[in-house]
Design a protein around this ligand. Structure first.
Ligand SMILES: [Zn+2]
Length: 181
């Protein structure tokens, strides 16, 4: 069976239903589910948090992997509804950077399955993303928008093109790495 509609249009009840029944749907995409929580404008803030917590009961391990695969989405979902100080943000990025190293060091995954990663290097010594592992060609400039909100607008179209490719491959990649499916 297929869900046949976009996650970011689901209602709260539908989220619960599809999470409960995810095994029945061939087009259920865990990372797509998490990403949609941010994009979904049918959900109130409290609903978004509820969906996230509900999803975590089943998919928390996959979600944690987003720290490497898509750290900006991980950051955004983790902090839904929170008012963060710069110090809070910096602490959270530090945790993500540490956890990336743990994921990469985990022999069970095998570093080379992840593709080419390199460390974020924008040249600003104070950048909170220094040390963050990013996939080559990835869109971490987006994460900079947390700190420099109006920059990089020109990259928006590029970014959405790359996103499409990312999403297409993501299911297979995650299956291969985590062995879910
Ligand atoms: Zn930077």
């Amino acid at each position: 069976m297929e869900i046949g509609q976009k996650f970011n249009k689901l209602t709260l009840k539908e989220y619960f239903f599809y999470i409960d029944n995810y095994k029945k749907y061939t087009d259920f995409n865990t990372l797509g589910l998490y990403r949609s929580i941010i994009e979904n404008d049918k959900l109130h803030l409290a609903d978004k948090i509820e969906v996230r917590e509900y999803a975590h009961k089943i998919f928390k391990n996959t979600f944690d992997f987003l720290q490497l695969k898509d750290p900006k989405t991980y950051f955004d979902i983790t902090t839904i509804g929170q008012e963060l100080t710069k110090a809070d943000e910096r602490q959270l990025w530090n945790n993500i950077i540490d956890n990336q190293q743990k994921i990469l060091a985990d022999k069970k995954f095998g570093y080379r399955n992840f593709g080419d990663y390199s460390k974020h290097n924008c040249g600003y010594e104070t950048c909170p993303l220094n040390g963050l592992m990013i996939r080559q060609g990835s869109t971490i400039s987006e994460a900079h928008m947390t700190f420099n909100s109006d920059k990089n607008k020109y990259a928006a179209k590029d970014k959405s093109d790359r996103r499409k490719t990312d999403r297409k491959n993501e299911k297979e990649i995650i299956r291969a790495i985590i062995g879910i499916g």
